[in-house]
Design a binder for this molecule. Structure first.
Ligand SMILES: [Zn+2]
Length: 262
């Protein structure tokens, strides 16, 4: 019924348990922001939401003893309007996402928490949470941030530049954590451009970028080389990323304690 991290999952607690938590002044409440959206012909549409649960489970297992955190219910439907036109995409508006985050922040502040952190698994939510976290800090005085460890996956330059979605990394991660949901017969390599192309105007990760929706860049829904993902890589990347996430949570706790003089 409840996830393995029940002792840190706020919806699994009674009101008395929440009231009695001893570390609300510095332990962050984490909101995992995912998506339900097309991930090409080979991956389930819940990839981003599923990976959010993987990062939580795996990073909590690595959390040092002096760190703490609590989990709000995840936001599973995100701001995914860029993937419209493909079956399988659900999305809420940027305003709904903002209001949902504000509602969570208002209540956890009222319960006594003073830190909020986001774990992102879907790029389309970044821009909205960026300005919303600032609004939350200004409105409620909560310290807010994003947990996003920088992990070098050792990907080729072409994938680094053009592997945006349902790519080598996401395919490998799913092969590692939920292989029964992957159909590699649908995996293809589809890039919106090449690193050998002249000019630097690209969809992402370039000096000049453009606003895009997926149908501008991809026929299959894949942006990257899905055929290159392996379970072996996936297991290594899960471990690396989860450790980076645990370190980021611990750092948030350290800064949170310092902020209240502990
Ligand atoms: Zn994804």
């Amino acid at each position: 019924m409840f996830p393995s991290y029940r002792s840190r999952y706020l919806p699994a607690m009674t009101l008395r348990e929440i009231a009695a938590l001893p570390d609300k002044a510095w332990a962050p409440v984490i909101v995992v922001c995912g998506a339900i959206e097309q991930h090409g012909p080979h991956l389930p549409v819940a990839v981003d939401s599923l990976l959010g649960q993987v990062w939580v489970e795996q990073s909590l297992a690595r959390l040092p003893a002096d760190a703490s955190c609590y989990l709000a219910p995840p936001i599973t439907i995100g701001k995914s309007n860029e993937h419209t036109g493909f079956p399988g995409t659900l999305f809420i508006s940027k305003d709904t996402l903002r209001l949902q985050l504000l509602a969570i922040a208002r209540q956890i502040h009222a319960w006594g928490f003073r830190q909020l952190a986001i774990i992102h698994t879907h790029g389309g939510n970044f821009a909205v949470t960026g300005y919303t976290l600032r609004e939350i800090t200004a409105t409620y005085g909560l310290r807010c941030g994003v947990l996003s460890p920088k992990v070098d996956l050792g990907l080729p330059a072409q994938e680094m530049a053009f592997g945006y979605h349902a790519n080598t990394a996401e395919t490998a991660l799913l092969l590692a954590v939920a292989p029964q949901y992957v159909d590699m017969s649908g995996a293809v390599c589809e890039y919106a451009g090449s690193i050998t192309d002249p000019g630097q105007l690209r969809a992402e990760r370039a000096p000049a970028t453009m606003a895009w929706i997926t149908s501008d860049l991809s026929k299959s829904g894949i942006m990257g080389d899905a055929t290159a993902g392996t379970a072996e890589q996936g297991h290594a990347w899960v471990a690396k990323t989860a450790q980076g996430m645990a370190d980021a949570i611990a750092e948030t706790c350290r800064v949170g304690r310092a902020a209240v003089g502990l």
